[in-house]
Write a protein that binds this ligand. Structure first.
Ligand code: PMP
Length: 458
């Protein structure tokens, strides 16, 4: 996967309008500024166009699938058309299914629930907890953190080569779970190469695209992965829906993820007093209950908006912001940018770092209170990865205001800045300036610890 890094003519591609772009926030030092939302990796703001599409549809909202009325039929059409729009956005193959879920976490738990008997699962310890934890009821192998993309492929190949066979002598089914882009370092993973290695050993692959899909086109056929999972709220559609798209066989051979209406085609009472159920064999099998029509529609709207804006030019523009941030942080000796694979591997707009002599929570609090910049500090639901990157046990980060180590010592926590299609250049420029000023001059305000977090002592 290659990401263009060429300089961008900004007149060609401006940031996409997002909600909240005009929100003003107060500074502890006086006055107010435009809020700089630089926590896209957690949740991105809604695209204005997504909001407009949802608002235009909202008066026509109706129950889907079972309603006889006009609005129910309209909503059913929009719901099913949204499935088609997502399938097109992901380049789905003939026979692939798009199942609507609540989120990436939900999608991966769904896949974990439909694994065939004896399925072995392989997952790198560096994954987000949503990719790391759902397989704990299965025969799961956690793979060590690789330090290069090539090493990742080698580690996976060795693990798959030693894979078990069933008592009948046949190779047991296997699934490899891999992230597209890290939620900590933003680094791209060698998805195509890992998928090829997995398939060569008869294993299947699910791509956790939670951080890749909002920042880079994902083509399921081109990457040759078996499933893709992502969340609407990271793809500028924060209305509570997610996606699991890909091969239908494991999904359709398993019991429904949730039992209930919508998943069942027919339910009959047996003579012995029990109940027989015939389940759907479409995506509906795993969508029991009344679906989140607005959430689903908003994801389709986001897919259309990104495609219409020209996803490649959005990538190009985002890369210019990545370069700006990395160059700016690179000028500050006290800052260490976290990286698993080194400088040669492209990143999406997700960058984590630590600052010598600073408690990360203190630093993030000062960015917010003194500069109106919203970033995230912590371990980012990827504890083993952060442990590897920081070289120690991630723990409680200590008292606010008290640096968690002398200059040069390791930090227990990190700061993450993340951005995307709606981010103006000014936000990342303000961020870089703020980092430089805080490191040079220190915080201009006092902070205290409240419920484990740093807050201004006002
Ligand atoms: N995978 C990755 C790489 C993520 O960054 C996240 C969210 N931070 C998830 C999975 C889980 O996404 P969600 O919380 O939307 O289920």
């Amino acid at each position: 996967m290659s990401v263009p890094t060429a300089a961008v003519d900004r007149s060609v591609c401006a940031p996409l309008p997002v909600l909240g772009r005009d929100v003003r926030v107060p500074l502890v030092t006086g006055g107010e500024v435009d809020y700089a939302a630089l926590d896209y990796a957690a949740s991105a703001p809604a695209l204005q166009r997504v909001w407009d599409d949802v608002a235009a549809y909202a008066p026509y909202y109706g129950s889907v699938h079972r309603g006889a009325g006009y609005l129910s039929q309209l909503s059913t059409d929009l719901f099913e058309n949204s499935r088609t729009a997502v399938a097109e956005f992901l380049g789905c193959r003939e026979g692939d299914q798009v199942v609507f879920t609540r989120s990436t976490t939900d999608s991966l738990n769904l896949l974990a629930a439909v694994l065939p008997a004896d399925c072995q699962v392989f997952v790198f310890e560096t994954e987000h907890h949503a990719s790391l934890l759902p397989w704990r009821g299965a025969d799961v192998t956690y793979l060590d953190a690789p330090r290069t993309p090539q090493q990742a492929v080698g580690i996976l190949e060795r693990a798959l080569a030693g894979r078990g066979t069933s008592p009948s002598g046949s190779t047991v089914p296997a699934l490899v779970c891999v992230t597209g882009a890290s939620n900590v370092t933003g680094e791209h993973w060698p998805v195509r190469e890992l998928a090829a290695a997995a398939h060569a050993h008869g294993a299947r692959v699910v791509l956790d695209a939670a951080q890749l899909a909002p920042h880079h086109p994902v083509d399921i056929a081109d990457l040759d992965v078996d499933w893709v999972a992502f969340s609407g709220h990271k793809l500028y559609a924060p209305f509570g829906s997610g996606v699991l798209a890909g091969r239908s066989d494991w999904l359709q051979e398993a019991e429904p993820y949730l039992a209930g209406g919508g998943a069942s085609r027919q339910v009959t009472r047996r003579a012995d007093g029990g109940v027989d159920v015939e389940w759907h064999t479409t995506a509906a099998r795993h969508e029991a209950g009344s679906p989140n029509v607005i959430g689903v529609y908003s994801i389709a709207a986001a897919c259309r908006a990104l495609t219409d804006a020209g996803f490649d030019s959005l990538v190009e523009r985002e890369q210019s912001l990545v370069t700006k941030v990395l160059d700016g942080l690179g000028e500050v000796d006290a800052v260490k940018v976290l990286s698993l694979f080194g400088d040669d591997v492209p990143r999406v707009g997700v960058i984590s770092f630590v600052v010598d002599g600073w408690n990360s929570s203190h630093f993030a609090a000062a960015l917010s209170a003194e500069y109106g910049i919203g970033v995230r500090d912590g371990l980012f639901c990827a504890h083993p990865l952060v442990r590897t990157l920081l070289g120690g046990d991630p723990q409680d980060q200590g008292e606010c205001g008290a640096p968690d180590g002398e200059p040069g010592e390791r930090s227990l926590n990190a700061i993450r800045v993340s951005f995307g299609a709606g981010t103006p250049d000014e936000h990342v420029e303000r961020f870089v300036t703020a980092v430089k000023e805080l490191v040079r001059d220190g915080a201009r305000w006092n902070y205290r610890t409240e419920n484990g977090r740093c807050v201004p002592a006002v």
